[in-house]
Structure formats: C-alpha cells, structure tokens
Design a protein around this ligand. Sequence first.
Ligand code: SF4
Ligand code: SF4
Length: 188
Amino acid sequence: MLINGKVRQSCSALIDTYAPNEGDMVTLEPMTKFPVIRDLWVDRERVFAALERVRAWVPIDGTYDLGPGPKESPDAQATHYVLSTCMSCGCCLEACPQFNLEEDKSKWDTSFIGAHAISQARLFNGHDTGATLKGERLDALMAPGGVSDCGNAQNCVKVCPKGIPLTESIAAIGRAVTIHGLTSFFRR
Ligand code: SF4
Ligand code: SF4
C-alpha cells in the first residue's frame, strides 16, 4: 500500500518511524496501478499474468521422481538466490513510470511487463532446466511491452522490499534479448 504517499510493505512499516510524535498523521492508501477491490485491497492479477508471459517457471516432464537436478556453482547460487526472493508484491510496478493502470485484460499482453517479470526471466534462464524455455522467454521480452519499454528511471530498484538488483536484471536481459534477436535474424 501507499504509506504517506510512498509504496512499501505495510507489514514491515513500524508506526514509530512514521509517527514518532503524538498527533503525527499517517496516511494509508491503496496502490494506484492496480484496480481497487475494497479499501486498501487491490487486484494484483496482472503481476501474475506478466509472470505467465515470460514463463517464469521450471518446466517438468512429469510428476514422478526425476532424481536430483543439475548442480549450480556457488557463484550462480549467489546471483540467483536474491532473484528467487521476489514475492510478487507489486511495489516495483507501482513505482514504475512505464507501468500504468490497465483494467482491460486484452491489453495486458502488450503493456509493459514490469521489472519483476524481467528479473524472474533472468532467474529461470540461469537455471539449467529452466533454460529450456529461454528462447520463449526472450521472445516475450522482445515483443511489445517487453524490456525495451523500460525507461531506466530506476524507481523499481529503490522500492523493492527484498533488495533485488532489478536494474542489473534489466541490463542482463537487455543484452540477452539483443543477442537472441541477432541470432534469430541470422538463423532465418
Ligand atoms: S528502471 Fe524500468 S522497470 Fe524500473 S522503474 Fe524504471 S522504467 Fe520501470
Ligand atoms: S521485484 Fe521486488 S518489488 Fe517487485 S514484485 Fe518482486 S519483491 Fe516486489
């Protein structure tokens, strides 16, 4: 929600910080980039729709025991761990000037996908099994509303409650999309 006009996690906002003196006012408002359901409750379905656009998951070919997965190096683990802490709160989207309230679901496929989805694409592209969908993720991120719509205002990284390096992810995906675009062009 917005607390004194700024988006953040209400559960970790201590009242002493916001109203240290008797009579201090605290203003609570719902996020503005999502449809309000009631009071401070907003509909974040679009956050999850963006994750679907980039196929933010590890594909499996069954529910039986596949045995241990591929091993990750400690360096890769260190990079990926923080990315995996995203909780789809939507704070990065609320702060982003490129992401706007869009209640018409038919427009979601071409509206800006958001920093959270770009970062999750980086996470799953870096996973050995997840990388089998890398091409599809990069196709989605090359499409309208993809990574090139980011205006690099860097508001997202300042408000992420998990400290996820979103601008690093945007830069990494920007490079990956360029390489993917060139490779696809020469394969034709
Ligand atoms: S860097 Fe990109 S994703 Fe982040 S707030 Fe700016 S425009 Fe939005
Ligand atoms: S990237 Fe950060 S701000 Fe954005 S949805 Fe994930 S945890 Fe929330």
